[in-house]
Design a protein around this ligand. Sequence first.
Ligand SMILES: [Zn+2]
Length: 328
Amino acid sequence: MKGTHFLTTSRAKTLSLATVFRMSDEEAETYFQGLRWADTDGAPACPACGGLDAYSFRRPTGALQFQCKACKKQFSITSGTLFAAHKAPLRAYLACIAVAMNEVKGKSALALSRDLGMSYKAVWVLLHKVREAMAAEMKGRMVGGEGQVVETDGAYFGGHVRPANLRKDRVDRRFRKNQNGKRKVVVIVRERGGETLPGVFRSEAQALGFIKARVRKDTLVQADEATSWDALHARFEMKRINHQEAYSFDGACTNWAESFFARMRRGEMGHNHHVAGPYLLRYAQEAAWREDNRRVDNGSQVRRVATLALASGPSVDFCGYYQRHRQA
Ligand SMILES: [Zn+2]
């Protein structure tokens, strides 16, 4: 098949933004085909019956379609995946992923929509799908184990209150914010030299079940002095660090947890002005994925995310997003 060997070239391995922008639509399709149907070296396999014999044709819009010779069903490269029902050419999808992977702080949906000539909404949804793809890698993840150290820590996001002149207003506003549930805590478990897993809760105390379920027995767990973590002593060997007194004492520190939260805060101050809200978990999963893949080259990161997106089912977050918003 034309262009299949692109995947094995050094160009694909060090996929830069410039490379993506120079790609033709066909090259981007071939790239995605190679990732979706890796077993057949990019040759389409019917998602309905598994048939390997298909006609290819283009819709009047230019979209590449296949028809299975066995069951006659039609499908595309993204049918049944996170990128299903895409409106933009796949090259734009690839560019979005490449931009998201190449820029350390990420790029705003607005700036990216200008660069790609796509609508702000389309790019915004696409960037969220990139996060959803990253999150797919964390499903059922366990960390730690015998001889391993896992750091756990929590940090609050959202519910920012502008300082009020009157103390009573201040208290009242905070109270209402809390009632609205806008202020949430991101709790992570992170294995030293290993993987990271975040969760979102109303309080650190409510994260205990998550920590117990996702950290393997016989793990040495390190946490700060917050009383929320006291209950973990019953299950894990614990080391505690008092940040007020010492940054690191007796080998007990939460540097790995802190580097994750530093990344979250950078995201908050950068393009994602509002990391809080309904997508806080997705932002946390993105930060975790970036931390875990920080030493992986850009090209491999793009490839990994695109592969995850094509291996995931249709979007959980944005299934019918446009429809719902059109009705509203
Ligand atoms: Zn078929």
